[in-house]
Design a binder for this molecule. Structure first.
Ligand code: COA
Length: 231
């Protein structure tokens, strides 16, 4: 009932290059087309979740290609965030730059004790290009997002939990087990209810409270009228 995507470029700390983004994009499509998959777990192979955009590819940027570089990765992350099933990140190590941004485009984040988070782009003379100034601000507030983005400092998993960047922190050895237990719990509920909750919570950042409440009532009617609810 669920899928696992593992970022698998451990010798480069799962740095996000064009090929990795393309494969991730393809994997999202495969999962979207499979109605039996009702939750997604995203994690990384090795000691990193992802250590950011691939710095070698970044080197070749000019103004136009830089914009495209940012849009390409950003679009894949927005596709992930827009999935109709719950998307859980099991952050198993470094989640830096694009890695932190990728984790933030998931709906729930569990982190291992050894995970490290940060937006170090400022140290390279650039800025985050996949949502680090946008999703981080929504998640942790403007002051903390400014501080992390302006200093490039890394924070550990407990600090990430304190500021609301991750939901829970677990010992490295049980991170996947705990993430799968969460998925198990979600899969035990009505899929129609889960789908409506994912969409309603996700859309709340885009709507006024009035419009969001209207959207929720509409969804409530749809789900309440379903055979699943009657059962
Ligand atoms: N892009 C491309 N390659 C990367 C990378 C990235 N963002 N992050 C790590 N790598 C590569 C390294 O070049 C190295 O490759 P090599 O063995 O061919 O030289 C390999 O991954 C291992 O990295 P290394 O730096 O040796 O590991 P470490 O444990 O000493 O340090 C980090 C880990 C995460 C602190 C360090 O790799 C780092 O600072 N990475 C860049 C983080 C960053 O600035 N991300 C934002 C990019 S916009």
């Amino acid at each position: 009932g669920f899928a696992i995507i593992t970022l698998n470029r451990p010798d480069k700390l799962n740095a996000l290059n064009h090929q990795l983004f393309s494969e991730l994009d393809k994997a999202i499509t495969i999962i979207e087309l499979d109605a039996d998959i009702r939750a997604l777990l995203l994690t990384g192979e090795g000691k990193a979740f992802a250590a950011g955009a691939d710095i070698k590819e970044l080197n070749a940027c000019d103004e136009l290609s830089g914009k495209h570089f940012s849009e390409f990765g950003s679009n894949v992350m927005t596709r992930l965030e827009s999935m109709k099933i719950p998307v859980i990140a099991a952050v198993n190590g470094f989640a830096l730059g694009g890695g932190c941004e990728l984790a933030m485009s998931c709906h729930i984040r569990y982190a291992s004790q050894s995970a490290k988070f940060g937006q170090p782009e400022v140290n390279l003379g650039i800025l985050p290009g996949y949502g680090g100034t946008q999703r981080l601000t929504r998640l942790v507030g403007q002051a903390k997002a400014m501080e992390l983005n302006l200093t490039g400092d890394l924070i550990n998993a407990d600090e990430a939990k304190n500021i609301g960047l991750v939901n829970e922190v677990y010992e490295d050895t049980v991170l996947i087990e705990k993430s799968l237990a969460l998925i198990d719990k979600i899969l035990s509920k009505s899929p129609i209810s889960i789908g409506a909750i994912v969409e309603s919570v996700r859309i709340s950042t885009k709507l006024s409270l009035k419009d969001g409440l209207e959207y929720e009532s509409k969804k409530f009617g749809e789900v309440g009228g379903s055979q699943d609810f009657k059962e």
